[in-house]
Design a protein around this ligand. Structure first.
Ligand SMILES: O=c1[nH]cc([C@@H]2O[C@H](COP(=O)(O)OP(=O)(O)OP(=O)(O)O)[C@@H](O)[C@H]2O)c(=O)[nH]1
Length: 665
C-alpha cells in the first residue's frame, strides 16, 4: 500500500512493542504494523533530578524499556526480535515532570496544576535493532528520539475536575488525562502531533524508519541540541539520540551525497566508540538495567565525573557479568528474591491479618511495644514483623531522631492495605492468605496429580482440628476477596472500550456488583444486572455501595442452568479461566442463545502472551490447578468465535486484568 511504504519495510520482521499501553498498540496497529506485544518490566524510577530537560528523562526511560525487552527475549522467549520499540510519555509543566497519577488525589494535583495553562507533552521513543550472531551473541543498536506537543487546558472547576477523576480515566495516563476520550473536553488547543499526546508520535516514527531503511547514511547526523551519541558504557550498545530530526529539512541537509549506499550498521558503529562490549552474550540476561541510564546520562558531564563514571561502569560490568569465581550480583539477587518471595508474602498476610496498617493509619508513630500491645502479640515478634514491613516498603520510620523507632504507613500501605481505603486489597490479601496459601503449600502434590488441592487442604484442617469457619464466614471471606480485587480492577475494564451504545448489561458471576457499579459510573446511560448464585446475592448487603440512581440490580440464578437475563451487553469478568471446557461451552452457548445479533460480550481476564511466555501472574495463577485454564487473547478469541461472537477489540490494559470486546454476529 502506498500510504505505508516504511511500515511495509518491517513486514516479515519480528517487531516487538515493549509497551503495555493499549493506545500505543492501537496507533501502531491502525498504521498497519504487525507486531508482538511484550510489555517492559523496566520500572519507571529513574532519578528525574539527573536530567537537564524533561525530554531527556522520557527518552532515557523509553530506551530502558525497549532495552529490557530486547535483552530479555532471547532468554525468556527464546527468540531474538528484529526490532524492539519502547516509548515513554510525560507531561511537563512548571519544570515538573508528571507521569501517571498513583491515586485520585495525585490525579487531582496534576490536573489542577494544568488548569488554565499550556503544558508540553513529550514522548520519548527508542528503537532497538537486534542482530542475532552465529556465536550466540546479539548486537544491539539503538535509535532514540522525542516529540513535543503543546497542549492548553481550559480553566477547570472543582466539580469538573472531580467528575473527570471519578470517571477513572486519568489513572493510567501521563499527566492524568486522556486527550482521546473524556479528557479531550478539558483541552483548549493542541499545537503539534495529536498522537504524540496519546502516547506515540507516529509521524516522527515513520520518518525515523524511513531514515533507517531508506536513507541510512543520515544516521550519524546530530542535530544541534539533540543528545549526543552515548559512549558504549556497560551496555555494549551503539546509541544515537535524535530529536525531531525531520523538523525542517535537517535530515536532507545532512544526508551524504550517496545516501543509498552505506549500510546503517556500519554507520552507527562508526559513529560510536567501538568496543568489544558491543556484543551481548546470549547466555546472560541481566534484568537490572535501571542504573545504566544514570551512567549514560551522567557521561555527558565533565571529565572528572566521567572518569569516576568509567570506574563505576567497570564495577557495574563486573556486577552484571560476574567473574569466574563470583556469580553475577543481579542473578544472585533475582534468585534470592524468588527464594524469599514466600516470606515477604507471609509477612504482608500476617501484618494485614493483625490489621497493623489500620492501626498505624489511625495512630501513626507507635513503637514496637505499643503495636504489640494493640495487636496482642509478643514484642519480639511484632518488632521483627514491623522491621520486615519497613524493608518491604510497607511501613516507614516516623521520626528518625527518636531513640526508639516509631512506625507509620507508607503511601503504598495507605492506598492499598488499610481495610477502609477506597482501593483496599485487604479482603483479597486475606483470601490469598487463607485460601491460596494453603493450596500452594501443596503445590508438589498439585503438580503430581494435576488437580486442585482443595480437598487435601480441607482434610488436613479436619485432622488438625483447626477451628472450622462456618460456611457463611467462608462465603463472606471469599466474596470480600473478590470484591476488593474487583474494586481495584473494575475501572480499567469498564473504561477500556466505548460501551455507550449498550443500554443494558448483565454481569454474569458479578458477585458483589463492584464491576457493575464501575460500569454505570463510566457509562451513564447504562443499567446493569448482576447475575450470581442465590447464596452470593443474599450476602450482597455486606458490600453496600452507592447505587447510582438504582442502575444496578441483582438477580439470583445459576448461569449454567437458569435462564439468563436479557441484555445488550454480557460481562464475563474472571469467570472463564475457572471453568472446565464443558462448563465453559455450556455458558457461552447459553449467552449466544440469549443474545441477539449486535449484542456485546465484554471479557476480562489475564491474557497470556501468545507464546505463553508470560505474564507470570497468569501462569502462577494457573498453578492453583483449578478446573479451568489460563488462555491468551488469541485463544479466547477463537473460543468466542465458535459461539458466534466476533472480537472487535482486545485491550492489554497494563492493569491487573485485560479486556476483550466481542460482538454477536
Ligand atoms: O492524552 C493522553 N496522554 C497519555 C496517555 C497514555 O498515558 C500513558 C503514559 O504512560 P507511559 O508512557 O509510562 O506508558 P504505559 O502506559 O505505562 O505503558 P508502557 O508499558 O509503555 O510503559 C500511555 O499509555 C499513553 O497512551 C493517553 O492515553 N492519553
Amino acid at each position: 500500500m502506498v500510504l505505508n511504504p516504511v511500515i511495509s519495510k518491517l513486514a516479515g520482521k519480528l517487531v516487538v512493542l515493549a509497551s503495555a499501553s493499549p493506545r500505543r498498540q492501537e496507533i501502531l496497529r491502525n498504521a498497519g504494523l504487525r507486531f508482538e506485544v511484550v510489555p517492559s518490566w523496566f520500572k519507571e524510577t529513574l532519578d528525574k533530578g539527573l536530567f537537564k530537560a524533561p525530554h531527556e528523562y522520557a527518552v532515557e526511560t523509553a530506551k530502558q524499556k525497549a532495552l529490557e525487552v530486547a535483552r530479555r527475549m532471547p532468554f525468556k522467549h527464546l527468540k531474538t526480535p528484529d526490532i524492539v520499540i519502547g516509548a515513554d510519555t510525560i507531561v511537563a509543566v512548571n519544570s515538573l515532570i508528571l507521569e501517571k497519577p498513583v491515586d485520585k488525589q495525585d490525579a487531582y494535583k496534576m490536573l489542577s496544576s494544568l488548569s488554565g495553562k499550556e503544558h508540553s507533552v513529550f514522548t520519548g521513543v527508542a528503537i532497538v535493532l537486534c542482530h542475532d550472531k552465529d556465536n550466540q551473541e546479539v548486537d544491539y543498536q539503538m535509535i532514540a528520539f522525542y516529540e513535543e506537543t503543546k497542549v492548553k487546558f481550559a480553566d477547570l472547576s472543582e466539580d469538573m475536575l472531580w467528575e473527570y477523576i471519578n470517571s477513572g480515566e486519568p489513572m493510567d495516563k501521563a499527566g492524568g488525562y486522556g486527550i482521546q476520550a473524556l479528557g479531550g473536553m478539558l483541552v483548549e488547543y493542541v499545537h503539534g502531533d495529536f498522537l504524540n499526546v496519546v502516547g506515540f508520535p507516529l509521524n516522527h516514527f515513520c520518518k525515523q524508519l524511513d531514515i533507517i531503511y531508506n536513507h541510512s547514511s543520515s544516521f550519524a547526523v546530530e542535530k544541534k541540541g539533540s543528545a549526543h551519541p552515548l559512549p558504549n558504557g556497560s551496555l555494549g550498545i551503539s546509541i544515537l539520540d535524535q530529536h525531531s530530526l525531520q523538523k525542517g529539512s535537517e535530515a536532507e541537509k545532512h544526508r551524504s551525497p550517496d545516501s543509498s549506499s552505506p549500510k546503517l550498521t556500519q554507520h552507527i558503529q562508526n559513529s560510536s566508540t567501538s568496543s568489544p562490549a558491543h556484543k551481548v552474550k546470549r547466555t546472560s540476561y541481566e534484568s537490572g538495567v535501571g542504573s545504566q541510564s544514570v551512567v549514560s546520562n551522567s557521561s555527558k558531564h565533565n571529565d572528572g565525573e566521567s572518569s569516576r563514571l568509567t570506574q563505576l561502569n567497570r564495577q557495574q560490568q563486573t556486577e552484571q557479568r560476574g567473574t569466574e569465581n563470583q556469580p553475577k550480583t543481579q542473578d544472585l539477587k533475582r534468585i534470592c528474591e524468588l527464594m524469599d518471595g514466600f516470606k515477604a508474602s507471609k509477612a504482608l498476610f500476617t501484618a494485614s491479618k493483625f490489621c497493623m496498617f489500620d492501626l498505624l493509619h489511625n495512630k501513626p508513630g507507635l513503637d514496637a511495644a505499643e503495636v504489640a500491645e494493640e495487636i496482642k502479640a509478643s514484642v519480639k515478634g511484632t518488632e521483627c514483623l514491623l522491621e520486615a514491613c519497613v524493608s518491604l516498603g510497607l511501613l516507614k520510620i516516623k521520626d528518625k531522631a527518636h531513640p526508639k523507632p516509631l512506625f507509620e504507613n507508607t503511601d503504598l500501605a495507605t492506598s492499598f492495605l488499610r481495610s477502609d481505603a477506597p482501593f483496599s486489597l485487604h479482603g483479597y490479601i486475606q483470601h490469598c492468605s487463607e485460601t491460596l496459601w494453603p493450596l500452594f503449600s501443596h503445590l508438589e502434590s498439585a503438580v503430581q496429580e494435576g488437580v486442585s488441592q482443595h480437598q487435601r487442604v480441607k482434610r488436613q484442617k479436619e485432622l488438625c482440628q483447626d477451628p472450622v469457619c462456618s460456611s457463611q464466614e467462608l462465603k463472606l471471606r471469599f466474596m470480600s476477596g473478590m470484591h476488593s480485587f474487583a474494586k481495584i480492577t473494575a475501572a480499567a475494564v469498564a473504561t477500556a472500550f466505548d460501551l455507550s451504545r449498550f443500554r443494558t448489561a448483565c454481569d454474569l458471576g458479578g458477585c458483589t456488583g463492584a464491576m457493575a457499579h464501575e460500569l454505570v459510573k463510566a457509562h451513564p446511560g447504562m443499567s446493569v444486572t448482576v447475575f450470581d448464585l442465590p447464596a452470593v446475592v443474599e450476602m450482597k448487603e455486606h458490600f453496600l455501595q452507592r447505587n447510582t440512581d438504582n442502575k444496578v440490580s441483582f438477580v439470583a440464578g445459576d448461569f449454567l442452568k437458569d435462564e439468563l437475563p436479557k441484555a445488550d451487553l454480557y460481562i464475563l469478568a474472571r469467570v472463564l479461566h475457572d471453568l472446565t471446557d464443558e462448563k465453559l461451552h455450556i455458558l457461552l452457548s447459553k449467552i449466544a442463545q440469549t443474545a441477539s445479533s449486535g449484542c456485546g460480550l465484554l471479557l476480562s481476564e489475564i491474557f497470556l502472551d501468545e507464546d505463553r511466555g508470560g505474564p507470570s501472574r497468569g501462569l502462577l495463577q494457573a498453578l492453583s490447578l483449578s478446573e479451568g485454564k489460563q488462555r491468551s487473547a488469541g485463544e479466547y478469541k477463537l473460543l468466542l468465535e465458535r459461539h458466534g461472537f466476533i472480537t472487535a477489540h482486545t485491550r492489554h490494559t497494563g492493569h491487573l486484568l485485560d479486556a476483550m470486546l466481542s460482538v454477536k454476529a
